[in-house]
Write a protein that binds this ligand. Structure first.
Ligand SMILES: [Zn+2]
Length: 82
């Protein structure tokens, strides 16, 4: 398993200035779920990012499967009166 790439700087979404990384990489490299802290050089805000795998599928079901579930629900026979 390869180490994740973490940028030295990110762009602050508040003021647009570069934010420099505060955290030092672990000896074995960054891993998914690690927190990386940045300090903005403009507004001095701190940003904590979580290292994530961009290739990983989103953790929610796709619209297609959601739509299928909705159709199956609608086509199900009506519940008997209790
Ligand atoms: Zn800023």
């Amino acid at each position: 398993m390869g180490a994740m790439e973490v940028p030295e700087t990110i762009t602050c979404v508040d003021c647009g200035q570069p934010a420099h990384r505060l955290s030092h990489p672990p000896e074995e490299g960054w891993e998914i779920g690690d927190y990386v802290a940045y300090r903005c050089s403009g507004c001095n805000d701190r940003w904590d990012l979580v290292v994530c795998d961009e290739d990983a599928p989103p953790p929610f079901p796709s619209y297609a499967s959601e739509f299928r579930a909705l159709r199956e629900e609608r086509s199900a026979p009506p519940a008997p009166d209790s």
